[in-house]
Design a protein around this ligand. Structure first.
Ligand code: OXD
Length: 315
């Protein structure tokens, strides 16, 4: 069996070693760290391609592989590419250690707002001993925009803290402890109750730019936005305008339209914006390779697998 590995991330050697250990009988062809090869045609008899942000030229030549494994949860780099060969199944990484990381990040961001740690940091800088009145959890609603694998895990991690929780997704979800809102008709009502909005949506044709001036203005005055999904879900200028007007209280941003975030971008030094460099949930190599290897073994045995992307819905 022939595998093609091509990743724009810098840890190709780690992936290759893990793949060789997990699938010793497979031949793994790599192009991640060889830019010239990435431009050349891949070997003809590739069975499965394992890709992260591959060059278009490479993608175009993969029309006869049995499946493409996306080396991460977000498939927007493939889905958004005109070079994506039609009809080839795309399989995303499901959780593989990402849900735990995402939950840690979001719980931290929510508690930081609820317990007003930024105000205490400011008070400390000013040498002020300034206890704030205790907030009630009732009325401090947390909304999760995108209740997929990661969104569900984040909601479960928040549940024990006792905040009112709401989730928005394309179709209604039945998850204990979370009020479910579904579809565009219920988006505004969902946003209107979120003191903290946590964005975990995939980037698709429909969600690009979804958080613009109109939708962000549905949030309560002073609300906080956490984006751990994709930068292009947000219209940056609209977010900045609402922050400057004090309409929104702040934003915790891990993802950006251009990464690394350009040095001149106003997010870097905005007093109401906290940024991290796309680290909320990194793809863990060993866990992901174990998952991909198990799926390849099942596919080779003619068995069904989970995590196959639906192009109609997800592209
Ligand atoms: C992913 C990511 O999609 O790391 O997995 O952003």
């Amino acid at each position: 069996m022939n595998l093609l590995f091509c990743s724009a991330a810098g840890n190709g050697a780690e992936w290759l070693a893990a793949l060789t250990r997990a699938l010793p009988a497979a031949r793994v062809h790599a192009c991640s760290h060889l830019p010239d090869q990435a431009k050349a045609s891949p070997p003809q008899d590739i069975d499965y391609a394992l890709l992260w942000k591959p060059p278009a030229r490479l993608l175009r030549d993969l029309g006869s592989v049995k499946a493409i494994f996306n080396l991460g949860a977000g498939i927007d780099a493939l889905a958004g590419s005109e070079a994506m060969p039609p009809g080839v199944p795309v399989v995303r990484v499901e959780d593989a250690g990402m849900a735990e990381q995402m939950s840690e990040y979001v719980v931290h961001a929510v508690l930081r707002q609820y317990r007003e740690f930024d105000s205490y940091a400011e008070a400390q800088r000013a040498g002020l001993w300034r206890p704030l009145a205790r907030r009630q959890k009732r009325g401090f609603d947390i909304g999760i925009l995108g209740i997929g694998v990661l969104g569900t895990a984040v909601a479960a991690a928040l549940l024990p803290f006792g905040f009112p929780l709401a989730g928005w997704s394309r179709t209604r979800k039945d998850i204990a402890g979370i009020d479910s809102y579904a579809g565009s008709a219920e988006l505004d009502a969902f946003l209107a109750r979120c003191q903290v909005l946590v964005c975990l949506l995939p980037l698709t044709r429909e969600t690009r730019g979804l958080l613009d001036r109109r939708t962000l203005s549905q949030l309560p005055v002073g609300a906080h936005l956490v984006n751990v999904a994709r930068g292009a879900l947000i219209v940056d200028d609209d977010l900045l305008a609402l922050l400057d007007q004090g309409r929104l209280g702040g934003a915790t941003l891990d993802v950006f339209q251009d990464e690394p975030l350009p040095a001149a971008h106003p997010f870097w030094h905005h007093p109401r914006v906290s940024i991290t460099p796309h680290v909320s949930a990194v793809t863990l190599v060993e866990e992901s390779v174990a998952q991909i290897a198990a799926k390849i073994t099942r596919l080779e045995a003619g068995l069904p697998i989970t995590g196959i992307v639906d192009p109609e819905r997800d592209f």
